[in-house]
Design a binder for this molecule. Structure first.
Ligand code: NAP
Length: 248
């Protein structure tokens, strides 16, 4: 059974890593896909080709941190796809440093791209979802947003902010049959984590009860559940997908 047949999903930041994994799993499950990216035009075209035989898919170069661009994206998707059933706010960046050395610019950029982006696209898709009387919003937080992390105060603040925002949206829009949930990945091996040195990566793996880093597919499968009607009574939830790194 294809769990997302007949649904249209917007996935932000799908040219690489977790977002790409979500696009692949959603396409295999029958969803039509509009995805975004910041600058990876060639990778976007590759993804359109890779999944184009499975489903209707289109990439949009759209800066998630820009309010007007999010509105334009929602308008373009409605024009081209006719509906928006699922939104995965996945685009995100890190600019790590200890607070003593963290610049105001790095604080602002991380908050804008990771947190403002979630507000921007949620605002833009709420009206179409209200008209449809149905919708699932999935926001990508992090284990770091749940527990904090030395050297990532900006990133942790953005990811914790996503949790408070998502719970509020779940409370506000439950009566409209719009669900809003959070996925909090642990250590997932993507280009974002490749930036860490090899020793740190091995230490992360050793400290995980399941003894491995997660894959984009691990996160995508959690998103599939939250996007589909299998989770029709689940809203305001934070789903930890972290190999046991955090058990509360
Ligand atoms: P990634 O490999 O670095 O990919 C980031 C994606 O976001 C790319 O498609 C990138 O597009 C896009 N993007 C970046 N800035 C953007 C912007 N301003 N507007 C639109 N798109 C933008 O990251 P990832 O590891 O897959 O992480 C995906 C999400 O999961 C992030 O929110 C991250 O914080 C979260 N997460 C990751 C981990 C992990 O261990 N990897 C753990 C917890 C949470 P371009 O290719 O064009 O740059």
């Amino acid at each position: 059974m294809k769990l997302l047949e007949g649904k249209t999903a917007i996935i932000t930041g799908a040219t690489r890593g977790i977002g790409k994994g979500i696009a692949e799993v959603f396409a295999q499950n029958g969803a039509n896909i509009a995805f975004t990216y910041a600058s990876s035009v060639a990778k976007a075209e590759e993804l359109e080709k890779e999944l184009g035989s499975l489903t209707k898919i289109r990439g949009f170069q759209s800066d998630a941190s820009d309010f007007d661009s999010a509105q334009k994206l929602a308008d373009d998707v409605i024009k081209e796809f006719g509906q928006i059933d699922i939104v995965v706010n996945n685009a995100g960046i890190t600019k790590d440093n200890l607070i003593l050395r963290m610049s105001k610019e790095d604080w602002d950029e991380v908050i804008r791209i990771n947190l403002d982006s979630v507000f921007n696209l949620t605002k833009a898709i709420i009206k179409p979802m209200m008209k449809q009387k149905k919708g699932s919003i999935i926001n990508m937080s992090s284990v770091v947003g749940v527990k904090g992390n030395a050297g990532q105060a900006n990133y942790a603040a953005s990811k914790a902010g996503i949790i408070g925002f998502s719970k509020s949206i779940a409370l506000e829009l439950g009566s409209r049959n719009i669900r809003c949930n959070v996925v909090a990945p642990g250590f997932i091996e993507t280009e974002m984590t490749e930036a860490l040195d090899k020793k740190t990566i091995q230490e992360w793996r050793n400290n995980i009860p399941l003894k491995r880093g997660g894959t984009p597919e691990d996160i995508a499968n959690a998103c599939l559940y939250l996007a589909s009607d299998l989770s029709s009574y689940v809203t305001g939830h934070v789903l930890n997908v972290n190999g046991g790194m955090l058990t509360y």
